[in-house]
Design a protein around this ligand. Structure first.
Ligand SMILES: Nc1ncnc2c1ncn2[C@@H]1O[C@H](COP(=O)(O)OP(=O)(O)OP(=O)(O)O)[C@@H](O)[C@H]1O
Ligand SMILES: [Mg+2]
Length: 143
């Protein structure tokens, strides 16, 4: 487990950008933390790292958005804040999306999809720090 402090929105974006460059396909990133803790900001950084030019807006009402990447890969951004039932996730095809090694999947509010998350999921938790722009970013994976 590693913890780092981000001191600005831009710093959190840059973390996402750097992480994106390590991803090959098949990774699942679970982004947890309170409202406004920086999950979407991090996703914007991932998108920047992937070279996505489109603006990333939170897929709050539609639950997820796919973004085509190079070499047939697809980046999926899920925001499960408004998810009503776990059954909806099956209907959206989450299981199939997670299984496809060409996909990279980032999920906000992942506790709502707990049983779907594969063993190697990369967990990143954001917590507010003491100062207004401080966030503690903790990263771990079970295996
Ligand atoms: N160090 C920081 N890292 C990230 N965001 C920061 C930081 N400092 C301040 N902020 C501000 O906090 C907010 C983070 O918003 P963001 O949408 O990323 O949160 P979120 O975790 O996705 O929230 P939600 O649960 O509503 O989706 C932004 O307004 C951003 O400007
Ligand atoms: Mg968000």
């Amino acid at each position: 487990m590693i913890s780092v402090i981000s001191r600005s929105e831009e710093e959190t974006r840059r973390m996402g950008e750097n992480v994106a460059k390590l991803l090959k396909g098949g990774e699942v990133i679970a982004l947890s933390g309170n409202l406004g803790s920086g999950k979407t900001t991090f996703v914007k950084g991932l998108a920047r790292g992937f070279g996505i030019r489109k603006a990333i807006t939170s897929p709050t009402y539609i639950l997820f958005r796919p973004y085509k990447l190079r070499r047939g890969r697809v980046f999926y951004h899920f925001d499960l804040y408004r998810l009503k039932s776990v059954r909806e996730l099956s209907e959206l095809g989450l299981h199939e999306i997670l299984e496809n090694g060409k996909n990279i999947v980032a999920i906000e509010w992942p506790q709502k999809a707990k049983k779907f998350l594969p063993k190697g999921t990369i967990h990143i938790r954001f917590t507010h720090g003491k100062k207004p722009n401080e966030r503690l970013v903790t990263i771990w994976s079970k295996k």
